[in-house]
Design a protein around this ligand. Structure first.
Ligand code: CTP
Length: 401
């Protein structure tokens, strides 16, 4: 995801400095080449050697030694990099940068660079709330610097409140959002995810093995690419993506109702949910007892996507086809029947594909019949590939209209 990206990680002196080690690990795992810059006080919390070992790059700690050893080439890092993130960012570093002070390598770098700069602050709750810090942040934001809010919780100083460094996953997500091209800007996308559950009685239900991972990844990647996204999720154990508008539902009928409420303003619908095709004709109010055999009467749920297809307009519609046999033929038939622009087909019985895995193996079939084959990829990468095709398909649609 961050393959080929050059990221500068500024570490300043707070107890949360140890978490920037975890941030560094995540960034390198995602393929980024990270150069760490530490302030003098950061080195009281974590040794530069830790960052050097994990990044595979020398750690910059002192502006003057750099000049002395004529490694001014390092300063070109400021131009070469794709992004500078300061995590944790103390009240002190925020104050210095907001007021034009450049007295060490990190503050000099911030002044010299033209790449996006993201601050992930961490400090005592009262310091965070202080009008001085808030005024400095407002000033920096007005100049185009990016800020994450610190999290709430128990702080190292013993108080509880806002001031903890944001979760590493959230920092990585913000970095990705800043780095992605905004090729879905202007689109309002409804993404459905997960299974639906149809109650048999208070203890049992009809559902399926969908985890929601594919839909959640699509929603996250679409947001990174500039779309306004609403995630409509059936029951799933996945954490709600930070800051992503998410509406939870249980049954297919509830999912349909939520979609109908938001369809008017939607320009795209990506239906990744595995909707239950049937629901019990009656739901027992009490737990059904184990008395011999029991027949369950089922009635069909609406085909939500086919319903959207009927009122499609110029919306871009993407469906999924979870198949166990005749993958392409079945998917093409579904695409026509539901009036879709694209369908993503996968064989749910294939190893490394389908419901509960972190990976998927897909084929993308377009309205003109063209079929694109992909190898096994992470669901995040699959989401990117699907959205690449959505962007291309949307362009084609606009040209033709
Ligand atoms: N879908 C839907 N409403 C349903 C069933 C499916 O909106 N009641 C959507 C799914 O979200 C998916 C697409 O239709 O995007 C195809 O779903 P799939 O389960 O593969 O196909 P079905 O239409 O249910 O056909 P079948 O189960 O017979 O294969």
């Amino acid at each position: 995801m961050l393959q080929g990206k050059e990221i500068l990680l500024g570490v300043t002196g707070g107890i949360a400095a140890y978490k920037s080690v975890l941030l560094l690990r995540e960034l390198t795992k995602e393929g980024a080449n990270v150069h760490v810059i530490m302030t003098k006080s950061a080195q009281n919390f974590v040794a530069p050697l830790t960052f050097q070992t994990l990044s595979g790059n020398p750690v910059t700690t002192e502006i003057f030694t750099l000049f002395a050893s004529s490694k001014i080439g390092h300063i070109s890092l400021a131009d070469r990099a794709d992004l500078l993130v300061i995590a944790p960012a103390t009240a002190n570093i925020i104050g210095k940068i907001a007021n034009g002070i450049a007295d060490d390598f990190l503050t000099t770098m911030v002044m010299a660079t033209r790449v996006p700069v993201l601050f992930a602050p961490a400090m005592n709750t009262n310091m965070w709330a202080s009008p001085v810090v808030q005024a400095n942040i407002t000033r920096l934001k007005s100049m185009g610097y990016h800020f994450m809010d610190p999290a709430e919780g128990e702080l190292a100083c013993g108080t509880t409140g806002r001031g903890k460094l944001a979760d590493v996953d959230e920092i990585v997500e913000d970095i990705k959002t800043l780095l992605y091209p905004k090729d879905l800007a202007g689109e309002k996308i409804l993404v459905t995810a997960g299974p639906t559950e149809e109650a048999i009685d208070p203890a049992r239900c009809i559902t399926n093995r969908s985890s929601g991972k594919m839909g959640y990844n699509l929603a996250m990647v679409a947001r990174r690419r500039g779309a306004e996204v609403i995630l409509i999720s059936g029951p799933s154990c996945l954490p709600v993506p930070c800051g992503l508008p998410t509406i939870h539902c249980t049954t297919a009928l509830e999912m349909q109702q939520i979609i109908n409420e938001h369809l008017e303003e939607a320009t795209m619908v990506i239906m990744a949910a595995a909707v239950a095709d049937f629901r019990p004709a009656e739901t027992s109010k009490t737990k059904i007892k184990r008395l011999g055999t029991h027949c369950l009467d089922l009635e069909p749920n609406p085909d939500i996507l086919a319903g959207i297809g009927k009122v499609k307009g110029d919306r871009f519609l993407v469906g999924f086809a979870a198949e166990t046999d005749d993958l392409i033929d079945n998917a093409q038939e579904k695409m026509k029947r539901k009036n879709l622009d694209m369908i993503v087909a996968n064989d749910v019985t294939a190893c490394g594909a389908g419901f509960c895995c972190d990976t998927n193996i897909i084929k993308i079939i377009e309205r003109d019949g063209s079929v694109h084959d992909f190898p096994q990829m992470s669901k995040e990468k699959v989401a990117e590939v699907i959205l690449d095709h959505v962007v291309a398909g949307r362009k084609k649609m606009k040209k033709e209209s």
